[in-house]
Design a protein around this ligand. Structure first.
Ligand code: SF4
Length: 329
């Protein structure tokens, strides 16, 4: 690991001022991803600004039925918070399906949103990787890519986003609050991650040097919600494919429905085509299958990951089935 400077910030203004040149510094919270990347040499900031003392560790009601979650709330604290478990159960399930208990105790909401891909070539300094070093190529295209994207990729990068939490946040239409030197800002999660066509190197539309301060969860949707994750072993593995979904049935027809998929694209994938197909229909397997097919029509699997298209389809159908049967109980 290369030598680096370390400073602690006492408030947000100080954190932003201490950051200095954002290309040569990083904010440090849980460090569960950043420190690993520093050990392997993928990241080599000259300075870390520790933000753990900032007053960003609260979960508060917004007054309109939603919640405001501070950026340094740990993944463990968020997953077990009574309001999350009762009003946004898919978010609690998503967080608890990720990492290990020890990692969740350290990892924070802001860091979870900003974690980097687990594509093995990204962490291998000897491999060509446009995300790590733009213009060098993509080793995954012709290499090991069974866990890579099937939607919305380009030959520049076929990596997936690793976060479970962000998939649930996408289904709940969360908003990401941040601060820069010029003031506060907010991005909907649907506009937080950059499409991979805009370049593999930068993954979010967060202004350079900005500090994530909080996440806003709008009032919870009317139907039950669920997060399911398919992975290669029962614990501590990233998603091959995952889903966060919520569906409401009103007078025998599907009303409010939200579906987000993980493990199949470079960002949490909101399944708008499937949602559009489902709204107003009588629920049933045939409708669910057609909706899944509508969403996955644009999938372009690589030679080694075609299984993900069928997996995503089955996951959509079975999760909707489960939610509908709960609704009708
Ligand atoms: Fe790098 Fe993306 Fe290719 Fe992986 S998929 S090697 S992260 S460019």
């Amino acid at each position: 690991m290369k030598a680096f400077g370390y400073v602690r910030a006492g408030d947000i203004d100080e954190a932003l001022a201490l950051r200095g040149d954002p290309r040569r510094s990083r904010f440090l919270a849980g460090g569960t991803n950043l420190v690993d990347l520093m050990k392997t040499g993928v990241e080599s900031p000259a300075k870390l600004v520790d933000i753990r003392a900032l007053p960003l560790d609260r979960i508060e009601d917004t007054g309109d039925g939603g919640l405001r979650v501070g950026a340094t709330v740990t993944n463990s604290d968020l997953a077990v918070h009574p309001a999350i478990r009762t009003r946004y159960p898919a978010l609690s399930q998503a967080i608890l399906s990720g990492a290990s208990g020890q990692l969740r105790n350290a990892a924070t909401v802001g860091g979870n949103l900003l974690q980097r891909t687990r594509c093995p070539y990204f962490a291998d300094l000897a491999a060509a990787c446009n995300k790590r070093v733009p213009g060098t190529g993509c080793s995954a295209l012709t290499g090991e890519h069974h866990n890579h994207a099937v939607l919305d990729w380009t030959p520049a990068c076929v990596a997936t986003h690793p976060s479970d939490m962000a998939v649930a946040l996408a289904a709940f239409d969360a908003r990401i609050g941040f601060r820069t030197g010029t003031g506060p800002g907010e991005l909907p999660i649907s506009g937080f991650y950059r499409p991979v066509a805009d370049g593999a190197h930068r993954e979010t539309l967060l202004p350079e040097g900005a500090l994530i301060t909080h996440v806003v969860l709008p009032p919870s949707p009317p139907g039950p919600s669920r997060y399911r994750k398919v992975r290669e072993r029962a614990s501590y593995a990233f998603a091959l494919c995952s889903i966060a979904a919520t569906v409401e049935v009103h007078d025998g027809q599907i009303g409010d429905v939200r579906i987000a998929l993980g493990g199949i694209a470079a960002r949490p994938w909101r399944a708008r085509a499937a949602e559009d197909h489902l709204r107003g229909k009588e629920p049933g397997d045939a409708v669910f299958r057609t909706a899944a097919d509508a969403e996955l029509a644009s999938a372009r699997p690589l030679p080694g990951n075609g299984y993900k298209v069928r997996l995503a389809r089955n996951l959509i159908v079975s999760t909707l089935d489960e939610l509908i049967s709960r609704e009708s109980r």
